[in-house]
Write a new protein. Structure first.
Length: 303
């Protein structure tokens, strides 16, 4: 019999996520996938899965999951209290949940999104090659609700479980993220990028998987005409007429009509995705250099 995970409580917002469905932007389909991909990759490695396996992304924790069969799980991302079958357990390490056992996750101490991987991955049906829930288009499985059941797959295991603990990716309380200029910084006053980097911005409660909406110094434009819709990369810092920036995250639309003053370096997007409402983040301007996508100043970005 296939092992099943029963969702007893999903917390404020929970979805199935893998690494997304790249390659469909020309059809208007977002990439989606885990908002903090390094954390999902780590969780899968800890239980011997391929990094592409699907897991559960929790927003502000608060979940309870029952496993019909004994299962190895790993919890990564925003650190939170974990209890497996009534016993305290750790994050960033393999944890055994016995048959019928319940995995409970509390509210994270910091950060926003916590990931649960289970050995074998989640075996829901793929849509356009991915099992991810896309909150913008509605593609993929629906957000998790109490009473939902998820099959545990059998095709994602690639290795034996050998790690007792892994160092979690950094999760600073006040992240500083690198931003590359343009492509539409010429639509703004010359001081706009300096203003973007001069003081911290607050993450607002209107943020979601589509984008982190920020509150701070407004960015002034020199052009008031409309911009034709154009492609938007992950991490694009789009600025609506009010001047308050939005950083595009995993479920961002493939195109947009507001000018992009800069683009967050791909390696720093997970830091934005982990910032919760009320957190402060700062931008640091870096120059473009070819072939250095994930280093300071890297230019390559994911759609």
């Amino acid at each position: 019999m296939t092992a099943v995970v029963e969702v007893l409580a999903p917390g404020p917002y929970a979805t199935v996520q893998d690494l997304g469905r790249p390659g469909y932007a020309h059809l208007g389909v977002p990439r989606s996938g885990a908002a903090d991909r390094p954390s999902l990759r780590l969780a899968n490695r800890l239980v011997g899965n391929a990094e592409t396996a699907a897991g559960i992304e929790l927003t502000l924790g608060g979940a309870a999951l029952r496993f019909t069969a004994g299962t190895w799980v790993a919890v990564t991302g925003a650190p939170c209290p974990v209890e497996a079958a009534g016993r305290p357990a750790g994050t960033d390490a393999p944890v055994w949940v016995p048959p019928g056992g319940v995995l409970r996750l509390g509210v994270p101490r910091r950060g926003l999104r916590t990931y649960v991987a289970m050995r074998g991955g989640i075996g829901v049906e793929r849509v356009l090659g991915s099992r991810s829930t896309d909150s913008l288009s509605g593609i993929g499985p629906p957000p998790l609700r109490a009473g939902a059941t998820l099959p545990v797959g059998a095709g994602a295991v690639t290795a034996a479980i050998i790690a007792d603990f892994a160092a979690p990716p950094p999760l600073p309380r006040h992240p500083v993220v690198r931003v590359l200029p343009g492509p539409r910084d010429d639509w703004f006053v010359p001081e706009a990028l300096a203003a973007l980097c001069a003081a911290a911005y607050e993450v607002t409660a209107d943020s979601n998987r589509v984008g982190a909406r920020l509150r701070g110094a407004p960015l002034e434009r020199v052009r008031s005409d409309e911009l034709a819709s154009e492609g938007m990369p992950l991490g694009a810092v789009q600025v609506p007429p009010g001047g308050q920036p939005i950083v595009f995250l995993a479920d961002h639309p493939p195109t947009g009509g507001y000018p992009v003053v800069g683009v967050v370096a791909a390696a720093d997007v997970p830091l934005v995705a982990q910032a919760r409402p009320g957190d402060l983040l700062r931008f640091r301007l870096v120059a473009r250099h070819r072939g250095t996508a994930d280093r300071p100043g890297g230019a390559r970005q994911e759609a």
